[in-house]
Design a protein around this ligand. Structure first.
Ligand code: GRG
Length: 309
């Protein structure tokens, strides 16, 4: 269900865009495709574990971003749907591994027990690995009506976002930084742009690549993505302090407990909010050349700072 928090009040001079209706519609498309993408076969335990996390809800922001940019660049839903699902598989696997005792050690995610709490650490590791491999297979096998060269480029973007140049690199520095009191804003920016921003950028750019976007469009969209990526993680840090576990669907207040450097711990809550808002406005400004066609992406950017979970 889409909450009323996702309704954006139209601003003066800006036409109304029904984000709640848009999110509901796109989310339903993604949920149905994810459900179809993964069936339980032998060995059942691993498939059940993969489905447990993949179909546990979540905002589905990453696939929705991918579909939105593909559409903005003149592509169709069919062109981007396999990649959109793959992005959610990758995101889900990163959450499964992030929640493991060897990493963030969390018991709850998306309002239910974490994968390893239900299936054990061993199966949770394998479920993550299985989802990661399947994500790439899914794009390669199911992408239609897109020239192979573009699909290959999209796959390369996804792979780069996942590896040491992206999520894996960001998570490494994040783990190394834990408990240290001298983490600088620069290091924190590195962690956020890699751990969270890289995948969001891959969502936006892969959708555009599949639709055949040119270099100038890709550059603009990458700028939009970098800004929303950093804003997204700043808001995540703020919510860790201000939201309840029920709102978050996971343990709240973990960053303070772990003495983790975050934007609020370095800048304070108000300045962090101001920075997130500034980044979102900058993201929106880079979409100006597209006019009203970019309304979904602009509304999605604003949603990042107004969200409650
Ligand atoms: C990718 C190979 C590989 C390994 C994973 C564990 C790890 C390496 C990286 C950690 C990545 C991570 C968990 C980043 C945090 C991103 C983040 C803000 C997650 C929350 O995203 P939401 O709010 O969650 O979109 P929902 O549940 O709505 O999908």
């Amino acid at each position: 269900m889409v909450s009323t928090d996702e309704r954006i009040a139209p601003q003066e001079g800006v036409s109304a865009f029904d984000l709640a209706a848009y999110l509901k519609q796109q989310k339903a498309i993604v949920e149905a495709e994810l459900d179809r993408s993964l069936t339980v076969v032998a060995p059942e335990k691993i498939y059940e574990s993969m489905r447990y996390s993949l179909l546990a809800g979540g905002k589905r922001l990453r696939p929705i971003l991918c579909l939105a940019t593909c559409e903005l660049m003149g592509g169709t839903l069919e062109m981007a749907l396999p990649t959109a699902c793959a992005l959610e598989m990758i995101h889900t696997m990163s959450l499964i591994h992030d929640d493991l005792p060897a990493m963030d050690n969390d018991d709850y995610r998306r309002g239910r027990l974490t994968n390893h709490k239900v299936y054990g650490d061993d199966i949770a590791i394998l479920a993550g690995d299985g989802l990661l491999a399947y994500a790439f297979e899914y794009v390669a096998v199911n992408t239609r009506e897109v020239p192979a060269e573009r699909t290959l480029q999209a796959i390369a973007r996804l792979a780069r976002a996942v590896g040491a140049a992206g999520l894996v690199g960001g998570q490494t520095i994040d783990l190394e930084s834990e408990g240290k009191s001298d983490i600088t804003l620069e290091t924190l920016r590195f962690i956020h742009t890699h751990k969270t921003g890289a995948l969001l950028e891959a969502c936006v750019t892969s959708g555009a690549i599949l639709a055949g976007a040119g270099a100038e469009d890709l550059q603009r969209l990458a700028k939009y993505a970098t800004n929303i990526g950093l804003a997204f993680q700043i808001v995540d840090d703020i919510l860790d302090i201000t939201a309840t576990p029920e709102e978050l669907g996971k343990t709240a207040g973990k960053d303070i407990k772990a003495q983790k450097a975050t934007f609020p711990s370095l800048l304070g809550l108000e300045a962090s909010r101001t920075e997130a808002d500034r980044l979102i406005e900058e993201a929106i400004a880079s979409l100006e050349p597209y006019g009203t066609k970019a309304e979904p992406l602009c509304a999605l950017a604003r949603y990042i700072t107004s969200r409650k979970n």
